[in-house]
Design a protein. Sequence first.
Length: 362
Amino acid sequence: MIGIFYVVSNMAILSTINLYEAIFMRTFQNYFASYESMFLSVNKVADPAYAMSILFPVAASVNTPLGADILVVTVITEWLNTLLKWVLMEDRPFWWVREQGAVLRAPDLRQTPLTCETGPGSPSGHVMGSAAVLFALMRWVTANFIDKSSELTHKQKKRRRLLLWIVVLAALVLVSLSRIFVAAHFPHQCLLGAVLGLMLGHVLTDRGKWSLREWWRGAPRSRLFLVSLALIATSAGAYLLQMALGIDPQWSVRLAFKWCRNPEFVHVVTTPLFSSVRVCGASLGFAMASPIKLRSDLKFYPVLGVAMVTMMVVSLQMLKDLIPTANAVMFYVCQFFLYATLPFLLLFIVPVIASLYKVKED
């Protein structure tokens, strides 16, 4: 009895929080309506899929360690984000206001082409992924252009680190506001995503006692292969456990279709299942390309690296367009292997071939 009262009480508190947040979101949408194109652009750039398909290849084409950092934080962040969404099972604003509107008199929210995402709402994947990637980029810039500089004084280095933090936090605020504007997340879901993303960025890419960066960079292929299998097993287990408990893993997808004003705004790539397939495939590809430390010091012409990466990414995109969509199992299997191929090509094949060409030229 006490447990039931506790659950009901928490649900009532969350509903009250959601209501006040929805009122703020509606006011925010009205006040900044003329900035819709800007917020939509920020949403697209902050998409976790963008980090894996665009940012990771760009970074890997010029610097293998940086590309590896971005891939690792993207994979682990998106994997954990999907699991947390399945556990927390929070609503997204655009369907919550329609489900609860009659009872709580929640305001209606504007919908945009990027509103109708299909996963549960908390924590925000866009903000969480952006926070982790931005931390990785900040750490790389600090290590290579600030800490190693002999021309800067200690005070100047401290100021530049502070400036980087200001840029990162400002970017996270902008990403959060863009998610609030399109009614994809409540503010508290964005805040949780930012905190978790920065924590993961530190653990995976920073140096220090609590950092795993040196471990995954030097880990042998067999060990990272086991880690990849653990990620795959955990994702599959979480999906099956929901079904065993009588919870429909696709409940949020159904609500998205129910309350999205335009069915064309709903895309399969936003589903938790697709997200799990993408990151699990990428984790397997990363394991096949390990140990990354062996190629961290390989030097090659950036132009050659960019050319090879561009050719490979375009080729994989052409293959992706040929994946059949009629058979769901075949669709996800093909997506899994395509995302497994990308890290192997960019973190193993490209640096090895490009560095051999550089040695030959020398």
